[in-house]
Design a protein around this ligand. Structure first.
Ligand code: PMP
Length: 353
């Protein structure tokens, strides 16, 4: 650790990306397996011709397109270099050093990193025995120092989700002095009508921000485009702390092209959703503790077997995402990819009894 940098960063774990390797099947990063949507590559190529110019810093066309699509004013929309950057900017826009950010744990592994990066204090509230958010405990964890609560719905990496009624109660308990971020990175994969579309259900509340991404269902993980919808004053504060020009020209063009291909995006999501059901039912036969998933991955709460299970999958050419001592997250791939994973899983379970 350099004496020139903050000493508290010494203990901060680094973000661990899902592994990839040539020739391997990658089911490690919750990407969709089908390649860019139609029109995306062409849009990026066209944007490349102007790459000696800065992008539109106001991201006007994309923000207007998103606003029209989701039925809100453009002033309520901010875009960023992935939704993870927006989550970071939300912490920056709300917390002074020592202020608290509450989230469930285990949840998205970037949360502790972005909180610490902004000098905020993480308050992690353990998940329920069913691997979901304990919203009552999260509400109870709020103090005078709490400025932000992150609710990941569906939750990464467990795939669990909270229902509308539960969120209603939670928001009532939290009150209006704390900003609540509904991180809906996996919203497009939700099929349970009880799991609310946060924007439709709570988007008009002044202390609620909806965080979405084009990395997952929209297939643009490599382009880095996320967006948030919040009260105009909150979106404005976020835009002020954004790294200037952080939504690149290629990212803006790719996002506009992807958004124009909604029908194909939905068709691909339906494929992922039907494969999710198949994979879930198959893994449940071996491992009944697997929670139902509303996202494009399943969570295997394997405890100490997480690392050996992931290693066995990697040896067989399938990369999944282990969380040592806790569980393994497996992204839903194409039917063939899922078959390859299920064969390895079956083999592992038959050997480990
Ligand atoms: N939120 C959640 C819950 C996620 O799982 C992810 C990606 N793994 C993100 C946000 C960030 O996605 P991106 O920065 O690619 O938009």
């Amino acid at each position: 650790m350099s004496p020139l940098t903050r000493p508290d960063l010494a203990d901060l774990p680094s973000y661990i990306p899902g592994r990839s390797a040539p020739g391997a099947i990658k089911l490690a990063s919750n990407e969709v397996p089908y390649g860019p949507l139609p029109g995306v590559v062409e849009a990026i190529t066209q944007a490349a011709a102007n790459s000696h110019r800065y992008p539109d810093m106001g991201v006007v066309e994309l923000r207007e397109t998103l606003a029209a699509r989701y039925g809100v004013e453009p002033a309520r929309v901010a875009t960023g270099c992935g939704s993870v950057a927006l989550a970071e900017h939300l912490v920056k826009a709300t917390c002074l050093p020592g202020d608290e950010v509450v989230y469930s744990w285990r949840s998205f592994e970037a949360y502790p990193i972005i909180a610490a990066g902004a000098g905020a204090t993480s308050v992690r509230v353990p998940n329920t025995a069913e691997h979901g958010h304990d919203l009552a405990a999260m509400a109870a964890a709020i103090t005078d120092r709490t400025k932000l609560v992150l609710v990941c719905n569906p939750n990464n990496p467990t795939g669990t989700s909270v229902r509308r009624e539960e969120l209603d109660e939670f928001l009532a308990a939290v009150g209006e002095d704390v900003l609540v971020v509904l991180d809906e990175a996996y919203r497009e994969f939700v099929t349970d009508p009880e799991v609310p579309d946060g924007l439709a259900a709570f988007g008009d509340r002044p202390n609620v921000v909806i965080l979405r991404t084009l990395s997952k269902a929209w297939g643009l993980a490599g382009m880095r485009v996320g967006f948030l919808i919040g009260a105009p004053a909150v979106a404005d504060a976020v835009r002020k702390v954004l790294t200037p020009f952080s939504t690149s020209a290629a990212a803006q063009a790719a996002a506009l092209a992807a958004l124009a291909a909604t029908g194909e995006m939905r068709r691909r999501c339906e494929l992922v959703i039907s494969e999710r059901t198949r994979v879930f039912e198959a893994v449940r036969k071996f491992y009944p503790a697997v929670p139902a998933s509303q996202s494009n991955f399943v969570w295997l709460p394997l405890g100490e077997q997480a690392a050996p299970f992931a290693a066995a999958c990697a040896d067989g050419g399938v990369l999944v995402r282990p969380f040592a001592g806790d569980g393994v997250r497996v992204t839903i791939g194409t039917p063939d990819e899922n078959d390859a994973f299920l064969a390895l899983a079956e083999d592992f379970w038959s050997r480990s009894g």
